[in-house]
Design a protein around this ligand. Structure first.
Ligand SMILES: Cc1ncc(COP(=O)(O)O)c(C=O)c1O
Length: 400
């Protein structure tokens, strides 16, 4: 009998760990490292949210709560869905968990049976496929290439659907590409789903508020109200409110699904941190005024990085609609050799050589299911981004 669960054989360690570990090692050796891997805003949680948490502690709101969230937070979430997405949910249709990650995990654990398929557009957030595998399901990938602006088409979705499809897992704006689907583009996908009533939609709206320029965020149940009864709308406070460490995410959907998710959570973590829940009430109900200036800053950084990368020989980088990532192609770098003598056989070799030779840490595309690319998180200072892009340019100029 083996000690470790056979289920674990189905999943892999996060492939991003290799780059992160190497970057930490080099830093410890005194090397000048610019880390562009972290998927979190570089600014602090707003003061009004911190104050709400401090007040909660002072008021003794420090005990267990209902498993999937306090009534006040569920109410605030319902109001948020109405205000931002024109979606009407009752508190009984809402589940709060320890980050959007746990909410997605609960939903998959609560619904997947062996053989169930989950359609995942690639490039994807690293955790989706492994969560599906942990739940005994089968991920089905649909590739969205740079030429299609990293967005899948209706025909691709149609072709991926089988009688075994349980979920379509949708993420816009996307981690890692930053691609955001317009209303019309999303409607083309929801039209397909209308023809396949056995397929449910899990939409990860984590980057909703990080939407730039002419791009306006929209979510499947809003675009196609007839999908409301088979949509789980997932969101959280991590990204827009700079609350990654507070660990609050939430979802709304049909009550039987929400009850099943509560069952999973009740036998694992129970309620998310009580104090963080009160902070999230303030995040969702309090002023939203800091979002627009933050987005102006992100737009400036996005443009800085996109322009600089397109100036690097061998790199091609579209300008994304949202989130704080860019996902350039390095197709023209593959097959070359770096100035330091590394053969650039794939995007992992590119990222490793870039780190070793220039000290810039990025995450290679294979981690997100679409190669040859790499991901930069531009949620860091202008000066770090400028310096990193200058080093990337020198690196690319050295390829031969
Ligand atoms: C696309 C996407 N979904 C979900 C999450 C999970 O966020 P959290 O668990 O912090 O709410 C992340 C975090 O990086 C993400 O990028």
């Amino acid at each position: 009998m083996t000690f470790l669960s056979a289920t674990l054989d189905r999943v892999k360690q996060s492939p991003t760990i290799a780059v992160t570990t190497r970057a930490a090692e080099l830093k410890a050796q005194g090397r000048d490292i610019i880390a562009l891997g972290a998927g979190e805003p570089d600014f602090d949680t707003p003061d009004n949210i911190k104050a709400a948490a401090v007040q909660a502690i002072k008021d003794g709101k420090t005990k267990y709560t209902a498993v999937d969230g306090i009534a006040e937070l569920k109410q605030a979430i319902c109001a948020k869905f109405k205000r931002d997405n024109n979606l009407t949910y009752s508190p009984a249709q809402v589940s709060v968990g320890t980050g959007g990650k746990q909410v997605l995990y609960n939903a998959l654990m609560a619904t997947l049976n062996p053989g169930d398929e989950v359609i995942i557009p690639a490039p994807y957030w690293v955790s989706y496929p492994d969560m599906v595998l942990l739940g005994g399901g089968t991920p089905v990938f649909v590739e969205a290439q740079l030429e299609q602006d990293y967005k899948i088409t209706a025909a691709q979705l149609e072709a991926a659907i089988s009688p075994k499809t349980k979920w379509f897992l949708f993420n816009s704006p996307s981690n890692p590409s930053g691609a955001g689907y317009s209303w019309d583009e999303l409607q083309a996908l929801t039209d397909v789903l209308m023809r396949h009533p056995h397929v449910w939609v899990m939409t990860d709206d984590m980057y909703e508020h990080l939407a730039y320029g002419a791009f306006t965020f929209c979510t499947p149940a809003e675009v196609e109200p007839a999908l409301y009864d088979r949509t789980l709308t997932v969101n959280g406070v991590s990204k827009a409110y700079a609350m990654t460490g507070w660990r609050i995410g939430y979802a709304a959907g049909p009550e039987p699904l929400i009850r099943a998710m509560r069952k999973v959570q009740s036998q694992s973590t129970s309620n998310p941190c009580t104090i963080s829940q009160w902070a999230a009430v303030e995040a969702l109900s309090g002023t939203q005024e800091f979002i627009a200036p933050n987005n102006d800053m992100f737009i400036r950084r996005r443009d800085l990085v996109v322009d600089a990368l397109n100036d690097c020989p061998g790199i091609s980088c579209p300008r994304p609609q949202g989130a704080f990532y860019v996902y350039p192609s390095i197709r023209d770098c593959i097959g070359k050799t770096s100035a330091g003598g590394t053969q650039i056989t794939d995007d992992e070799a590119f990222a490793t050589a870039l780190l070793d030779e220039t000290g810039v840490a990025v995450v290679f595309g294979a981690a997100f299911g679409l190669s040859p690319h790499f991901r930069i998180s531009y949620a860091t200072s202008d000066s770090a981004l400028t310096e990193a892009c200058a080093r990337i340019k020198t690196f690319c100029e050295g390829l031969h």
